[in-house]
Design a protein around this ligand. Structure first.
Ligand code: CP
Ligand code: NVA
Length: 299
């Protein structure tokens, strides 16, 4: 049987994604320590970039489900010394039951998946961050119910998170308002495939009008540290402020995948305010990914 991978939200159907969200909510609300569907199973985790939430949630999730996780930094493996990806994928997937990768280039994950005999999960690339969207959707569903027909405002960089929000708009059937500085918008192919779901605005306040959820992310992602100053200038009018939140619907939520920079992409009053659900969002990485691991490994 061919393994199912989770490299993009588009790898699962809309119905499968919705079922994952319901399952994640169930796992969170009815925690049963004796339920160990992954007993004896092993997850390998390859990290080319730093992580707090992704590493801990996958490792804790595997342990709670009776399995285990191995943290692999390229510095400590032959991957970092140039062993071909194809060979690494064949070798690692012959010993474990699932592999999660966080890589600089998206192609690394797709190539790895091509040669893996077990499911491969994208734990963030320069292009996409689908696991974060499972947690974000779970958080919205918990607080406000189904997101179908709602409006989400994306403020800031057209980055991996923005791309995954565009894919989520297709799969979960919501409208996405995007406000990004010129030259920092999302890639055209991803936008074109979601043309009926996405609308662009010149300012955060305009994008936030009628929004049920306002989302942002850092101005400089991992790997873009040298562009920090240039980006601070380009993004200076793209902060989620109280004024932006006031333009949204009164019961709008605020989300951020974290880590955040207060005073840059978001004002402290917003991220630490009553509409912010960022810590539920972070916790839900654990529950959503447990649902994902169960779905991929227990087929
Ligand atoms: N949101 C997120 O992926 O966090 P980490 O970089 O800490 O894993
Ligand atoms: N866009 C950010 C997300 C971090 C979770 C980055 O890629 O660094």
């Amino acid at each position: 049987m061919q393994p199912r991978h989770f490299i993009s939200l588009l790898d699962l159907s809309g119905a499968e994604l919705r079922n994952l969200i319901y399952r994640a909510i169930q796992l969170k609300t009815h925690r049963d320590p004796d339920f160990q569907p992954l007993k004896g199973k092993v997850l390998a985790m390859v990290f080319e970039k730093s992580s707090t939430r992704t590493r801990i949630s996958f490792e804790a999730g595997m342990t709670q489900f009776g399995g285990s996780a191995i943290f692999l930094s390229p510095r400590d493996t032959q991957l970092g010394r140039g062993e071909p990806l194809e060979d690494s994928a064949k070798v690692i997937s012959s010993m474990v039951d699932c592999i999660m990768l966080r890589t600089n280039e998206h192609d690394t994950v797709t190539t790895f998946a091509k040669y893996s005999r077990v499911p491969v999960i994208n734990g963030l690339t320069d292009l996409l961050h689908p696991c974060q969207l499972l947690a974000d959707m779970q958080t919205y569903f918990e607080h406000r119910g189904d997101i179908a027909g709602k409006t989400v405002a994306w403020i800031g960089d057209g980055n991996n998170m923005c791309h995954s929000y565009i894919n989520a708009a297709r799969q979960f059937d919501f409208k996405l308002h995007i406000a990004s500085p010129a030259d920092y918008g999302p890639v055209q192919d991803i936008v074109d495939a979601a043309a009926d779901k996405v609308a662009f605005f010149n300012s955060p306040v305009l994008a936030a009008q009628q929004a049920d959820l306002v989302v942002t992310d850092v101005w400089a992602s991992m790997g873009q540290e040298s562009e920090q100053k240039k980006r601070e200038y380009a993004f200076r009018d793209f902060q989620v402020t109280e004024e932006v939140m006031q333009a949204a619907n009164p019961d709008a939520l605020f989300m951020h995948c974290l880590p955040a920079h207060r005073g840059e992409e978001v004002a402290a009053e917003v991220i630490d305010g009553s509409q912010s659900v960022v810590f539920d969002e972070a916790e839900n990485r654990l529950h959503a990914q447990k649902a994902l691991l169960e779905f991929l490994i227990c087929r």
